[in-house]
Design a binder for this molecule. Structure first.
Ligand code: SF4
Length: 465
């Protein structure tokens, strides 16, 4: 291992796993380190310190986190890495285990301890004693952390698109979910702080802002605001109208029984608020939803979705479901498939239920065999694939505003971009294979596209203006 000139600028590399909320935490940690003179390098092999920001939502995510930590730890032997720092949800869940079983790890930074990242990288961290029981580290014991507009943040997303975390934590009791145990109680960012950050990101060239949280529809409840999200979106629409760059404000993670008419009216009233509703429903069977401690059912959701479509014409709908939940019968699964057929979502994610030692559902009866769970997942995905194709075909021959993102990741022969109905990372995109005379595609700008072809999830288009 090469010794380093102590006066040289220290470099840090990040691997960010999991959801966009974790990515914002990574960006905050990078910002805090850069403010202290650290250089953030995109190549972990080139870093003095490597930080792995972990995910621990379900078992496969935990395995990916462990594999990544071990892979990065190899750089201590082969690269110039001197320290491995582990952050994120895995720390909140397995802090004691990581210390006992992963000697490669030099420091831990929990989700409420982002500001400790500089000390952890410098080797000043006072890692708690490994003998202490894990639940000693219950997140509610440490002051719940939530960054604000004055927190330094180094963005990892393209300049033209930025996430804003408007809230953290969650108070819902979903029996399959462990997030509240890592991320703590629900807490909103200050109204003015979100607006100030939106203005700054606009000045930095963002064209699209994506608002995130565990449940964005609870925004403002803890600030005493009624219809807080509707009020915040109306304020951000005004920011976009004043901005030379901002055009799209997209909100993810709606909780179904928190979707109010004022919220839908606000989205419908402002062109800058994307006609896009992401609302994880998790299931359609009232019996299963009751065991998930989420309530409602397919009939109630159908009425809600109809109200959303009537209030926001042309709205794009995204949702996600869990299949194989304990006690899910053939009839429940059929009800879910019939519901998906009836609604025709634009985008749909399907998760296979897995027992997590610390979620409530682990104690439920009626556990299903893995083959049954996997079979139901692939059947629901196949059903949605044909629905998705049909919905994509409706766009053929139509013209839309497109946010040109740049050369396609698949080939330099194509450019790619997204429509208002396509969120970053999780939805399909538009592959641009033709450009009209006099039109120059520029990454990070809006243009006009004519859709010429439809695939199951992606579209093919020609830039016409
Ligand atoms: S709403 Fe439910 S699923 Fe979502 S983070 Fe909260 S507890 Fe988990």
């Amino acid at each position: 291992m090469k010794t380093k000139d102590p006066s040289a600028v220290k470099t840090v590399g990040f691997v960010s796993l999991g959801c966009p909320k974790n990515l914002v935490d990574t960006e905050v940690m990078m910002g805090l380190l850069a403010r202290e003179g650290w250089q953030v390098t995109p190549d972990a092999a080139d870093a003095d310190v490597v930080v792995v920001n972990t995910c621990s939502f379900i078992q496969p995510a935990q395995q990916e986190s462990v594999d990544t930590i071990l892979e990065m730890a190899e750089l201590k032997k082969t690269g110039r890495a001197q320290r491995i720092v582990v952050a994120g949800c895995m720390v909140e869940r397995f802090r004691g285990d990581i210390q006992k079983e992963m000697p490669e790890v030099d420091a831990l930074v929990g989700t409420n301890e982002l500001e400790r990242i500089v000390a952890a990288c410098n080797g000043q961290s006072q890692s708690p004693l490994p003998i202490l029981p894990q639940n000693f580290f219950d997140p509610s014991l440490t002051a719940p952390y939530l960054y604000d507009d004055l927190t330094p943040r180094l963005r990892a997303t393209p300049r033209h698109s930025a996430y804003i975390k408007i809230a953290e934590g969650c108070d819902h009791p979903c029996t399959f979910c462990v997030i509240p145990q890592y991320r703590g109680k629900f807490r909103s960012r200050r109204f003015a702080s979100v607006a100030a950050e939106a203005e700054r990101l606009g000045r930095e060239g963002a064209r699209e802002l994506v608002l995130i949280g565990q449940d964005t529809t609870c925004y403002g409840d803890d600030l005493g605001l009624k219809n807080g999200l509707a009020a915040l979106l109306t304020r951000l629409a005004a920011v976009a109208e004043q901005s030379e760059t901002l055009r799209w404000i997209r909100t993810l993670y709606f909780y179904p029984n928190r979707v109010t008419q004022p919220l839908l009216d606000a989205i419908a009233a402002h062109p800058s608020l994307c006609g896009y509703v992401d609302m994880p429903l998790q299931h359609a069977s009232a019996q299963v939803l009751k065991r998930m401690k989420r309530g409602a059912g397919g009939d109630i959701f159908l009425k809600l979705l109809d109200r959303i479509r009537r209030t926001i014409p042309g709205v794009a709908l995204r949702t996600s479901f869990i299949v194989g939940f304990p006690g899910e019968t053939d009839a429940d699964f059929k009800e879910l498939c019939d519901f998906v057929t009836a609604v025709e979502f634009d985008w749909l994610g399907v998760f296979a239920y897995s027992d997590e030692a610390i979620n409530q559902a682990v104690h439920l009866d009626g556990k299903l065999d893995q083959e049954v769970i996997d079979d139901r997942r692939s059947r629901l995905m196949a059903l949605q694939q044909s629905i998705s194709r049909r919905r994509r075909e409706r766009a053929v021959g139509c013209r839309f505003d497109i946010l040109v993102e740049g050369l396609s990741e698949e080939t330099d022969l194509l450019w790619e971009g997204r429509l208002e109905s396509q969120a970053p990372e999780i939805d399909g995109k538009v592959l641009i294979n033709d450009v009209a005379a006099g039109v120059n595609p520029i990454a990070g700008t809006f243009a006009q596209v004519e859709i010429t072809e439809a695939h199951d999830y992606d579209l093919i288009g020609r830039l016409v203006g």
